[in-house]
Design a protein around this ligand. Structure first.
Ligand code: NAP
Ligand code: MG
Length: 475
């Protein structure tokens, strides 16, 4: 393959050497700092403050004051103006945000540039439009905001998850305290600068960085009205327990183990692309990733042969290279988790195959993988790997496909590949998943609600439904 020169955007972003929290419209003095790195090189990008109970308390107090004195007094159209302004500044700074996200997360620049950042921006534009139309949203004649929302997000789509949380909360008239993931705080801190640039009233958005314990402090703070969490099912359960018995509202967006079902009448080349996109997009660090391939038995051999040929052309390497398909794994801990689960899959009888890839010397990397011959009872068929690993399972009839697809603790998403519309609708109707794609995968739009069943959580983000999470009477 040809080698390409480095993307010119590499110089577009400069981080401060250290960051404090963003509280009441200002950055605090950095304290109790830890290093945040580029997972593709292990270079240190900046020093980040580890938030304490006191920091969380200051942020909640600022959010409460802003709610009572300013934000709840503004009309919907005034709130909307701020959201539009934020969206437009994000557009102006889109390249910088994309580079920052790639550097701090390890995902390819082509994804941050064409997916993460534009999607995050579209959420602000979309919810800006709702701010002055809440009375017409079918949610009662005079919907009321909740107050202060505590929001906790994961590392896989840092800016996009921030947008999914902050845009609807502000549109509905709430103020927020957000805690980004410990490994990916930088785009949230750039977003704090954008709030300053947009002259958003102080305290409406507060960002407290830190580890899991910082998140736990936010969840248990007595003066928040709402907890919105996206992350693992394990932490989701801890949060559900902490919130039980309080008046706080709760939404949980948790893990997944989606089935991507390929019938023998599917458009095969399209299905190959969809399966590749479904599991190797963002190194498989996607809650709704199509991590279980359910392929009809009579096309299994041919399909796997074609899939391997396609996987041989995936480029793994420097995330700043515009031609990179598979970037770095976000952290050493996540890499260890992936390796451990893959080892289990092999020990339980799965056949591991990976294309030959040159793995860079520094950073955290895992070559795209398929594990064939998996049975539904195997660990790699049940547990979320959250990495570029596809478990392959076969089925003979549509009924068997449905049974196997639903045989999971999770219920976030699913994919169906067939040219027969009636089969697609019938199967979709029987799948227990919040989002079902057909003849495509991983499509997102701010107008479309997203969320799970069972251990994938409850509540919906996106669309008109996403507003209910931040209004009285909703989830
Ligand atoms: P995680 O470990 O559950 O962490 C999520 C967030 O919670 C992080 O900010 C984390 O801080 C914080 N946290 C950890 N322990 C906490 C506690 N006891 N109380 C309060 N907050 C706490 O998940 P992750 O590893 O970052 O993300 C991967 C998971 O997110 C996967 O399971 C994936 O499926 C899920 N996810 C779901 C969706 C969805 O929409 N359904 C979307 C994206 C990701 P630290 O970073 O410091 O640990
Ligand atoms: Mg974590």
């Amino acid at each position: 393959m040809f080698e390409y020169s480095k993307a010119p955007e590499a110089k577009l972003v400069s981080f401060a050497s250290s960051y404090g929290h963003f509280i009441n419209g200002k950055f605090t003095k950095p304290s109790n700092t830890y290093q945040t790195i580029n997972p593709a090189t292990e270079e240190v990008l900046s020093e980040i403050s580890h938030g304490s109970a006191k920091d969380v308390d200051l942020a909640v107090k600022a959010a409460r004051t802003a709610y009572e004195k300013t934000w709840s007094k503004l009309s919907g159209s005034e709130r909307g103006k701020y959201l539009y302004r934020i969206a437009r500044i994000m557009q102006e700074r889109a390249r910088e945000l994309a580079v920052a996200e790639t550097l701090n997360n390890g995902k390819p620049i082509k994804e941050t540039r064409d997916f993460d950042v534009p999607t995050a921006i579209s959420w602000f534009f979309y919810y800006a439009g709702w701010a002055d139309k809440l009375e017409y949203a079918g949610l009662g004649s005079n919907p009321k905001s909740l107050g202060v929302a505590g929001q906790i997000i994961p590392w896989n789509f840092p800016l996009m998850m921030l947008a999914w949380k902050i845009a609807p909360a502000l549109a509905a008239g709430n103020t927020v305290v957000l805690k980004p993931s410990e490994t990916t705080p930088l785009t949230a801190l750039l977003f704090a600068e954008i709030c300053q640039q947009a002259e958003l009233p102080a305290g409406v958005v507060n960002i407290v960085t830190g580890h899991g314990d910082t998140g736990a402090e936010l969840v248990k703070h007595p003066d928040i009205n709402k907890v919105a969490f996206t992350g693992s099912t394990q932490v989701g359960k801890i949060i559900a327990k902490a919130v039980a018995g309080t008046k706080k509202k709760l939404t949980l967006e948790l893990g997944g183990k989606a089935a991507n079902i390929v019938f023998d009448d599917a458009p095969i080349d399209q299905a190959i692309e969809g399966v590749v996109n479904g599991i190797f997009f963002n190194q498989g660090h996607v809650c709704c990733a199509g991590s279980r391939l359910l392929v009809q038995e009579n096309i299994h051999d041919d399909f796997i042969k074609k899939l391997k040929r396609r996987m041989n052309s995936l480029r793994l390497g420097d995330p700043m290279d515009k031609n990179t398909d598979v970037g770095a794994i976000n952290s050493k801990a996540q890499l260890e988790k992936i390796k451990g689960l893959v080892k289990k899959g092999v020990n339980e009888g799965g056949e591991l195959w990976q294309p030959e890839c040159k793995i860079p010397k520094n950073g955290f990397w895992f070559a795209p993988a398929i594990i064939d011959g998996v049975s539904p009872a195997n660990t790699v068929a049940r547990e979320e790997i959250f990495g570029p690993v596809l478990s392959v399972i076969t089925f003979r009839t549509p009924a068997e496909a449905v049974t196997k697809a639903n045989n999971t603790e999770y219920g976030l998403s699913a994919g169906i590949w067939t040219e027969k519309g009636s089969k697609m609708l019938k199967v979709a109707d029987q799948l227990n998943a919040g989002v079902i794609w057909s003849n495509t995968f991983n499509q997102f739009d701010p107008t479309s609600p997203f969320g799970g069943f069972k251990e994938s959580g409850y509540g919906r983000e996106g669309g008109r439904q996403g507003l209910t999470a931040y209004l009285k009477g909703g989830h």
